[in-house]
Design a protein around this ligand. Sequence first.
Ligand SMILES: NC(=O)c1ccc[n+]([C@@H]2O[C@H](COP(=O)([O-])OP(=O)(O)OC[C@H]3O[C@@H](n4cnc5c(N)ncnc54)[C@H](O)[C@@H]3O)[C@@H](O)[C@H]2O)c1
Ligand SMILES: [Zn+2]
Length: 405
Amino acid sequence: MARFTLPRDLYHGKGSLEALKSLKGTRAMVCVGGGSMKKFGFLDKVITYLHEAGMETELFEGIKPDPSVDTVMRGAAAMEKFQPDWIIAIGGGSPIDAAKAMWIKYEHPEITFAQMCVVFGIPELRKKARFCAIPSTSGTATEVTAFSVITDYKKGIKYPLADFEITPDVAIVDPELAQTMPKKLTAHTGMDAMTHAIEAFVSTANCDFTDPLAIGAIKMIQSDLVASYNGDMSKRASMHNAQCLAGMAFSNALLGIVHSMAHKTGAIFEDYGAHIIHGAANAMYLPKVIAFNAKDATAKARYGIIADVMGLGGANADEKVASLITYLRGMNDALNIPRCIKQYGADSTPCEQGFVPEDVFLARLPKIAKNAVDDACTGSNPRQPSLEEMEKLLKCCYYDTEVDF
Ligand SMILES: NC(=O)c1ccc[n+]([C@@H]2O[C@H](COP(=O)([O-])OP(=O)(O)OC[C@H]3O[C@@H](n4cnc5c(N)ncnc54)[C@H](O)[C@@H]3O)[C@@H](O)[C@H]2O)c1
Ligand SMILES: [Zn+2]
């Protein structure tokens, strides 16, 4: 038996933020990030609409990118005090993910962070509050997913929390919120979405319900991401929907080792000034993982289907996989994303020698590889890597060398 879960309601299209007016409740806790939503006036609109719905509101502001366990605990304490019956999270993946984890702690004050991390082990929610998510980036699709990614900075590790309990009740996918994204954010979040769709399509948990969503997203992202990056706002609106479709696919089909590696490299070089942004990490690792996974016959055939859908050509499955890898590397170049960790430089742009020195990478490699193998996303990858293979794969992602094993 498999399960397919999505939010009960999804409002979409320009102006759909107004759907907040129709929520029924008494107290809404609004969780938001560093200031972009305030600066561009969206936060004011959210508060106004919630007041129109007859709700009292309280703000939990300042949730930083890649939210920490500490932030989650602080937010849960604020909820405990205010006793909301709605949690409204607005912004990028970070504030929405943080609010999801706060929600768990608010509903179950006794739960520890370690207990939250038990995959599909989150206790029943919705005894105190329901959850509405409003994304302002076009990538994570956390507004429709069963995931939340929280960073334990003491360990330098990102932990994906996973359970359909944290799939939001309401998602509002209003393209106006994504229009203010700077170029770099558009590029990174867009390639995050592409990775979600491709990993979901080849995941061992793919099914008839997730495949059309993944394929639809891939086609839209191929058609729209680079133009959106270059400022075409109608394509930007289309990308907002595309990333959501990709999220519907991966929330139910799960992901693979591109995400395992991104989770475990994201925060581990912080002390060298290299925070490897989630979407950029995925974009760099995806072509390498495709080459690795394609040694599995089923995965190879599925990558071939993706290449066909994208119209990339190739006379046989091997050629199709090669075309797909070349195409994705071309997209990264068009989006000014580095090709490998070694080239990951200031402002996440490519350079000869980036933030992460070779000796530091090699010294930390065994630990990163072990953590990546143990990541929650590894189980549904089509080819299970040994520890040794994971180390080799990570080296290819550092040096941009060919994956031939
Ligand atoms: N829950 C999931 O299913 C899932 C999936 C993939 C990734 N993630 C996680 O999500 C996080 C990344 O989220 P993200 O990529 O959406 O970015 P983010 O939320 O970390 O935001 C990045 C920056 O963009 C700014 N920003 C957001 N929206 C903006 C807008 N419209 N205009 C201008 N600036 C804006 C924010 O203020 C912030 O400074 C990572 O922690 C990642 O691990 C979660
Ligand atoms: Zn992702």
